[in-house]
Design a protein around this ligand. Sequence first.
Ligand SMILES: Cc1cc2nc3c(=O)[nH]c(=O)nc-3n(C[C@H](O)[C@H](O)[C@H](O)COP(=O)(O)O)c2cc1C
Length: 346
Amino acid sequence: MKNYINKSAEQGFKIGRQSFSRGIFLAPMEGVTDQAFRLICRNMGADLAYTEFIASEALVRNVEKSKSKMLFYEEERPVAIQIFGGNPDVVAESAKMAEDAGADIVDFNCGCWVKKVVGHNAGAALLKDPDLMVEITEKAARSISIPFTVKTRLGWDADSINIIDIAPRLANAGAQALTIHCRTRSMGMTGAADWSWIPKIKEVVNVPVIINGDVTSCESAERAFIETGCDAVMIGRAAIGNPFIFAQIKKYMNTGILPDEPSPRERIETCIEHLHLSLDSKGNIRGLKEFRKHYSGYLKGMFNSSSVRQKLVVAENPVEIEAMLLEFADYISDLEESLIPVLEFA
Ligand SMILES: Cc1cc2nc3c(=O)[nH]c(=O)nc-3n(C[C@H](O)[C@H](O)[C@H](O)COP(=O)(O)O)c2cc1C
């Protein structure tokens, strides 16, 4: 890679005892970054993978479904468990529960924009109450002996961008890294992420800053490091159905050569591996049901994939599903082979 604004990113950085060099992280995503997907992404080169967000209120009430989101494979380490909430005592108690569950890092969500969360004065709502955000951070960071980190946005809306004021306060309160989703709450998930805030944040804090929003490819990851001096990039939507992106970015950063896209067979084999992990971690019934959303991502762009997808999403036997996927991989390979002579003469 070329010149960095921030040489420290090249030299690496630490969150607590965990060392990273130019981190490539998997974003926390509700309904996506479960144990199975995190392990797939870690094996593909993601340096850190976050759990789905977990309601602190539910954790302290011992809700089983919420507690199960803290489960992880040992091979995933380091593990970052993300929690959300608006009550300092409850967040602190749930942070301790996450530590006791084996987390290496506890991340605090101050960026979720959905009404269900914001309506409970949690997630991005805390951007409207920076004092509370700081109080929670201070209390929770003090309640655990592992790093407490914060993921947030630029501000509530374009007229109230307050990240430059909040970031140093969070760092002083004990946040050991900050992830900035470079949108405001009112943008939700639309519009372009504004990375120009990252260098300004880097100037006012001395903890690692992780950029998030619109890192979708090798080139955009490179651009994020060069243009902003961020310590790490965090990838969300671009990893769905495409965990290969981590290996691709790693390869590109090490060699400067844009890697080939994975073949349809590689995609399908990874889909099968992911399915197996989903069954292993959640049991056959839940594992299969919750995996259904992933077929379309893995099969995206493949000729005639909609017909097999329609069968996959209703199939209930894992052995048959695997057979269907492998048969489709053969079909695509045969198709490609039959097209080679045509393409050579085109
Ligand atoms: C399906 C989905 C679920 C998400 N769930 C969470 C979550 O649990 N916690 C969180 O901090 N952000 C969550 N996000 C936001 C992402 O972590 C990330 O900030 C956002 O997608 C922007 O990054 P991207 O442009 O790389 O996708 C979610 C996003 C998506 C698409």
